[in-house]
Write a protein that binds this ligand. Structure first.
Ligand code: GDG
Length: 494
């Protein structure tokens, strides 16, 4: 944290993200402030606290301004204001086209290999363009200097870097793409592939979670544009501007906030089983995801079914709690995914725990938002955590489970298709499409000796303690600071 403060001293920092770090809701005459559960907010909040800049975000509840506190500028955090939140209110048409349409029906499936076809509509593109322009206007309005550091977050704002660059040519623009970047064959499916890539190349630094995503991006540029792509220095020069393409694997807060580990592991173990009507000796697995088709929840349940087929000794002795926060539920694809998840859980439970027969069901499905402390109680109560993403930029749940286990027990089963698998090979790495392999991993996890669990857990905890979220933000800002210092050097008369 102190490194961050040092690098940021005297610099103006602006953050742009779709989601706001605090949601202000009206309850009668009072205003209740909530912090949404989001890895991105956790990662950037310390940066903003350190530099007292401005965070520009889409005001949640745009559609219903009566229930939100509709001020454009608010000082946050509410208890100890350190920076300013500037909210952009989107009309229903803008929200539909920009957020639901282009970002989440177009770019999200385009960038994830999850076999859901992306939908690209002209009307969505127009809103995406217009909303990116509105955010660019807001950045220019909020900037007090002509060379601020601007941190642009995610696939909602691919066009923003270039728009800002045109109006603030001296700005240092760091863009972080939180989701995977696919290969050029896939990316060029988008009718606006060239515009998107040109937009991103307005950045000074463009960050991804993995080296593979950096390389895919550079290959895409090579395919689409007249640009110089240097695969040794990871730099792309286009239109006389150079963008450094860098890997910055995101992480989580370390140590976790005290409230997350306030309940001793034994207490969590006992209470969570009691709350779910499970016997004290019932083995427990946990999954935590937004209810999203990229997370492989169906494949996870099939693996549990396969475990019970292959190792029937676990029937009635193992339960899996799936916590799923509803997400993007206005979209058909998400509604139908939820229906499939519910139907599969019911079928598996009926098969192994028919109604009338007592005993723990194989799957306990909780489709509702849980406060982060409640999620951590499950992490601490479980024997294993199962992350089965079909494709995932990083996956913070895997890291949170490890951070939660200060008792050095518990087994992480982790998809080879999540960025996190590159950093934590000590997890049981699986292919979520291979039900038999996943079932074998579940059995292995349930029978793993305590010493081996501790050995694996210690290695993963060491990684996260060192490469925590402050390091993620700090490394990006340090690279930006070096870039700025270099650009201020006088030109040599040679
Ligand atoms: C994108 C990329 C990348 C989930 N359900 C509940 C809940 N969560 C919390 C988890 C975790 C966060 O949401 C999810 O983070 P992930 O990283 O797993 O996934 P995405 O939301 O898809 O995030 C991803 C990330 O950006 C950061 O760059 O890692 O690859 O797709 O913190 O705990 N939290 C609460 N209740 C829930 O029901 N409180």
């Amino acid at each position: 944290k102190s490194v961050l403060r040092g690098e940021l001293r005297g610099e103006e920092v602006l953050v742009v993200s779709n989601r706001e770090p605090y949601v202000h809701q009206r309850r009668g005459d009072t205003i209740v402030v909530n912090r949404p559960a989001s890895g991105l907010v956790t990662a950037l909040e310390p940066v903003m606290r350190a530099c007292s800049g401005v965070w520009i975000a889409h005001g949640s509840g745009s559609a219903d301004r009566d229930v939100v506190d509709a001020r454009d500028h608010v000082a946050v955090p509410p208890d100890n204001p350190a920076y300013e939140l500037r909210r952009i209110w989107l009309s229903p048409l803008e929200e539909e086209g920009f957020y639901y349409g282009f970002a989440n029906e177009g770019l999200w499936p385009l960038c994830h290999i999850a076999h859901v076809r992306p939908t690209f509509r002209n009307s969505d593109w127009e809103q995406y363009l217009a909303v990116n322009q509105r955010f660019a206007d807001a950045v220019v309005e909020e900037a007090k200097t002509n060379d601020p550091i601007v941190l642009v977050q995610d696939y909602h704002f691919a066009l923003l870097p270039r728009m800002i660059r045109k109006r603030l040519p001296k700005a240092t623009i760091i863009t972080f793409w939180h989701i995977p970047w696919p290969n050029p064959e896939v990316f060029t499916i988008s009718p606006w592939a060239t515009e998107l890539v040109e937009g991103l190349l307005g950045s000074s630094i463009l960050g991804f979670h993995t080296q593979a995503h950096c390389l895919n991006f550079m290959d895409t540029v090579d395919r689409l544009l007249e640009a110089r792509v240097d695969r040794e220095t990871y730099e792309v020069t286009h239109d006389q501007h150079t963008t450094a393409v860098r890997r910055y694997p995101i992480s989580i807060e370390w140590p976790p906030a005290a409230a997350m580990t306030a309940h001793p592991v034994e207490v969590c173990h006992r209470e969570i089983r009691a709350e779910n009507n499970l016997p004290l000796d019932c083995r427990l697995g946990v999954g935590v995801d937004r209810l999203d088709y990229t997370k492989g929840i169906i494949e996870r349940f099939r693996a549990i079914e396969r475990l019970l087929e292959l190792n029937p000794e676990w029937i009635g002795r193992f339960s899996f709690v799936q916590i799923s926060a509803p997400s993007r539920s206005r979209l058909d694809e998400y509604q139908s995914y939820e229906a499939q998840v519910r139907a599969l859980a019911t079928r598996i439970n009926e098969r192994f725990c028919p109604s009338g027969r007592s005993g723990p069901p194989p799957i306990i499905l909780k489709i509702e938002h849980h406060p982060p402390e409640a999620v951590y109680r499950y992490y601490r109560a479980a024997d294993l955590c199962f992350v089965s993403s079909l494709h995932d930029g990083m996956n913070l749940v895997a890291k949170e489970f490890v951070a939660a286990r200060d008792d050095e027990q518990g087994v992480l089963i982790l998809s080879q298709f999540a960025g996190a698998a590159r950093e934590m090979p000590e997890a049981l790495i699986i292919n979520p499409y291979n039900a038999d392999q996943c079932a074998a991993a579940l059995h292995l996890a349930l029978t793993m000796p305590a010493e081996e669990q501790a050995l694996r857990m210690r290695l993963m905890r060491r990684l996260i303690s060192e490469f925590n979220v402050y390091r993620w933000a700090g490394r990006m800002l340090l690279d930006a600071a070096i870039m700025r210092q270099r650009s201020r050097l006088p030109e040599l008369p040679l």
